[in-house]
Write a protein that binds this ligand. Sequence first.
Ligand SMILES: *Cc1c(COP(=O)(O)O)cnc(C)c1O
Length: 228
Amino acid sequence: MSKLQQRIQEIEKNIQAACQAAGRDRSEITVVAVTKAVGTERTKEVLEAGIVDLGENRPEGLTQKQAEIESEAVWHYIGNVQSRRVRDIVGNLGYLHSLSRASIAKELQKRATEPVNCFVQVNVSGEASKSGVTPEALEVFIEDVSIYDKVRIVGLMTMAPYTDDTETIRSVFREMKELRDRIVAQNLPHAPCTELSMGMSNDYEIAIEEGATYLRIGTALVGVESEA
Ligand SMILES: *Cc1c(COP(=O)(O)O)cnc(C)c1O
């Protein structure tokens, strides 16, 4: 078994244990393999190992891999995007995890031929270095983008602070679930908002316990390019 297959197996075991601990069904959770730090060859191995959801955070990384990989991959764009680059990423996009500005929604409306599945990125921790709408602004933001029929809000996304303090991480994820539940309760046609994209290499098990439905796992799953 390759190093990659070992890591995938290990993470799968952890996911199942976290699901069991939280009384959740494994089928509620989609693993997005974040391949931004590895090349096309490693990405193909990830696909061959059975993970079809792939995440990239740069327009170049996304389009280059899309061009080089012919398969049934579902592409997730997880990084910041500038309005002028929306056209480059929108062609074959399964999910946009980083919607946090109305200007991007407007550009999606202009460029997309079908509704785009979007997560609204929320900056729960309030760190200045992180993008995302504030929890206070979330409801108004979602209302504002309802005028764009090419923007479908499938859920919320966040990045927890980088810390060893698991209770801090947990409280961020918990607040996300509360925010999500509040949007769901509004029954908005353009924003079913049932999904929660949260949990990375360091915190995916906590995210599962707090209700994540999409995990975005990079290094722990795919490794780094310089090492097998
Ligand atoms: C890089 C990245 C990840 C994956 O990070 P790891 O710590 O390598 O798992 C997840 N989400 C976003 C938005 C990222 O930029």
